[in-house]
Design a protein around this ligand. Structure first.
Ligand code: SAM
Length: 341
């Protein structure tokens, strides 16, 4: 689906990190005004494969994701405003933001600790920690050697990867414009892509993901660990199906960790109506899919996933939040799925 036209101004980052105060929070991602379009940047790919997308796809999603930037801002803010030890020790995100970001976050402390923004930030850092912990066990215990970040945004795992990850191949998949934005930010920060990282530009709505990955060197005969964090809510139901179809065509043993959002009580329409939905749409990344766990499980099992578990907010709270005194908490509608083929 074509995105809303890009806006010219960049309001960063407190507008984004305090999105809760504007109502785009609790159950979903934050947002901010879109950066001005910049399709001209070309970056050295450091010898790694970059899959060019057909022009129609580039046109359909020509603006980089602003929610990806918002998520990075909140990961950075977590290290500044929340209690140590961090849930996610991501020292790279701050470097991908605009110069002066740390000061802006510091001076926005009050807004960053309002309940909506806390829940939003908590959901964002917890989902990455959740995925990375499970990736570690899949690699170290089960011998998985391929990691797919589906809708990677400004995910920083590849740039701060621990030693055990050096033996795996990492594939960051995202829309061409979002990926170009990430690479521009990396270049500005002087961060060099590690040798085990491959960028794959794809639109889940229209690209043949399996084919794109194969061309980039992904071996679908071998199990992979795939993560899609904060992404499904932005995809239509049909695109979620396409994504699930693609992942379910991978080798037995493939594990898929993703986040999704339950509908609000009484919500019958998808996409949802109302002020919050209108705000998300205005940001150019409308909410598209809300799912109940039972329906997600059904969709996964029909595609051959054998083991399907969900981490509900109470489970995630027990695992990561007990003992913290910084007031971080999770939206009751944010769920993490962990499914194995
Ligand atoms: C909220 S960001 C999350 C980024 C990252 N996973 C994180 O946790 O910070 C959503 C990401 O999904 C990507 N995305 C949205 N629709 C997509 C599509 N149709 N195909 C590929 N990527 C998409 C966006 O470009 C963006 O990077």
């Amino acid at each position: 689906m074509p995105r809303a036209p890009p806006r010219a101004s960049v309001i960063w980052p407190i507008h984004a990190v305090a999105a809760g105060a504007y109502g785009v929070a609790m159950a979903t991602e934050d947002g901010q005004a879109r950066p001005a379009r910049d399709d001209t940047a070309t970056l050295d790919d450091g010898g790694r494969t970059v899959q060019p997308a057909p022009p129609s796809e580039v046109d359909a999603a020509a603006s980089p994701s602003s929610t990806a930037v918002g998520a990075a801002a909140l990961r950075a803010a977590h290290l500044i405003v929340d209690q140590a030890p961090p849930i996610l020790d991501d020292q790279v995100s701050i470097r991908l933001l605009e110069p002066g970001a740390a000061g802006t976050i510091e001076s926005g402390r009050e807004r960053l600790t309002d309940p909506h923004t806390r829940a939003l930030r908590c959901g964002i850092v917890v989902r990455s920690r959740f995925a990375e912990d499970r990736l570690a066990s899949s690699v170290q215990r089960d011998g998985v050697r391929q990691f797919l970040l589906l809708g990677a945004g400004l995910d920083t795992f590849a740039y701060r990867q621990p030693r055990w990850a050096h033996q795996i191949r990492i594939f960051e998949v995202d829309l061409p414009a979002s990926q170009a934005d990430e690479r521009r930010r990396l270049a500005r920060a002087g961060i060099v892509a590690p040798p085990n990282l491959t960028y794959v530009a794809a639109d889940f709505a229209s690209s043949d993901l399996v084919d794109r990955l194969a061309t980039a060197g992904f071996d679908r005969r071998k199990p992979a660990f795939a993560a899609s964090l904060g992404v499904l809510i932005y995809l239509t139901d049909a695109t979620v199906d396409r994504l699930l179809d693609a992942v379910s065509s991978f080798a037995a043993g493939t594990r898929f960790v993703f986040s999704f959002t339950r509908p609000a009580v009484g919500q019958v329409a998808t996409p949802p109506r109302g002020r919050l939905a209108a705000r998300a749409a205005e940001l150019g990344e409308p909410w598209q899919s809300f799912m109940e766990p039972a329906a997600v499980e059904d969709r996964l099992r029909r595609r051959g996933f054998r083991l399907v578990t969900f981490a509900f907010p109470e489970d995630v709270t027990r695992e990561y939040l007990i003992g913290r005194t910084d007031g971080l908490f999770l939206s009751p509608r944010s769920i993490l799925a962990d499914a194995i083929l």
